[in-house]
Design a protein around this ligand. Sequence first.
Ligand SMILES: [Zn+2]
Length: 422
Amino acid sequence: MTTTRFRFPDWLFTPWVVFTVDSILSALRIGITLWGGYTISSVVLVGYGYHDVGDTWAIFGAFAVITILRWSKRRENEGLINAAENTEAIFQLIVVAGLLWAALTTLGGALSGLYTTIVLAAGGGAGMPEAAPHVFDAHALQIAVLVMASSIGIALLVSQHLIHAGKIPGQHALAAAGKEMRGDVLVEIAILAGFLGVYFFSKPWIEYLFALLVTGKILAIVKELGSVAVRSLLQVSIGKEFEKGVRKLIGTTTGVDGIGKLETYPVMESTVRIKVWVLSGGNLETAADLTRALEEALLVYAKTHGFEDCRASVYVKMPERNLHRVAQVVHERYGHVRIASRFARANMLHVRDVEFGRPTLLKRHDLPIDEDALVRFLDEHKVKSYRAFEEEPELVAKLEEAGIRYDPAVTITFNLRSSDAN
Ligand SMILES: [Zn+2]
């Protein structure tokens, strides 16, 4: 027997759809909760409504982070990656500040309510009728149940949506917002139970006790979110053991001659940032392959160490000081580029500037008419390294005579459109 599992379409989990749908639903949740809270003058509901504002703001923050990360990837901009990390932490700290305020408001309401209840029970309280705690009537209970049921419904829907979208690589920030909201459901059920208690036992203090519970829950979130954000902002190292493992992993990788500086620190709850400076004796193409391989290996390593995501940057430094300009003969066709086996088989010449192991600027030139013209051209353009797949020995000799090294290319195809062609 085969069962076909229903699958939601992928576009449902793209950042824009998640952001639009979930922030509208969350705004609805804030509106309903605050409206209900003020209508039946409930300390718990009003306090909880302000807590909802924090949840919505967290979705905004996650969306901002994902957007900045996409820009940084598209532009290969290291500065933007760091900016995204800080954006995440700063957004979280704003959420923390808002939640702290909500917790204090709720706590104040609960304590003053409890105080009034105690004073009245003790027979005092003359001259303070307005402050007398209200007892729920059936109408108030209806509103409270309606509000909490809607809030639970929205929290379940939105949190599942966020958590699912957060499983897609690069969208992890959404999952944290979703998990917090999923945790809310238990509190909401408790609040509902509290309202039923107030109604059936006519004991207003039950609501105030539940307000204390909400305060506790909010303070717990404040502590967790706050410490994660601060560790992320201060770039506190993951730890010696973790870094030792990273060094061992990189050190035993083929093509790595040495490791320079290594930085590891958390980016919010479950992402780790790793920056490592590697020394390699390979050439430009192997450096690109090495970078990619190490970044993949670090991601796997991070996952086995309890992190859900890893943003790794590997900077490969060549020991060769003169390697700053490289030329390669290529065969270009429909934007698809193959490194030519030799000058005679090429139709275009690419010259790249190399900075700290990474190609930075690519210039395309028409192929010089003959080998001598090629050598002259390379010499005039201060090219230090010449690449082809399998060059003729005669040309190699001429190049060497001009002080240009011949490095057989290893990677033989790439796409001009996806490369850093300018
Ligand atoms: Zn929440």
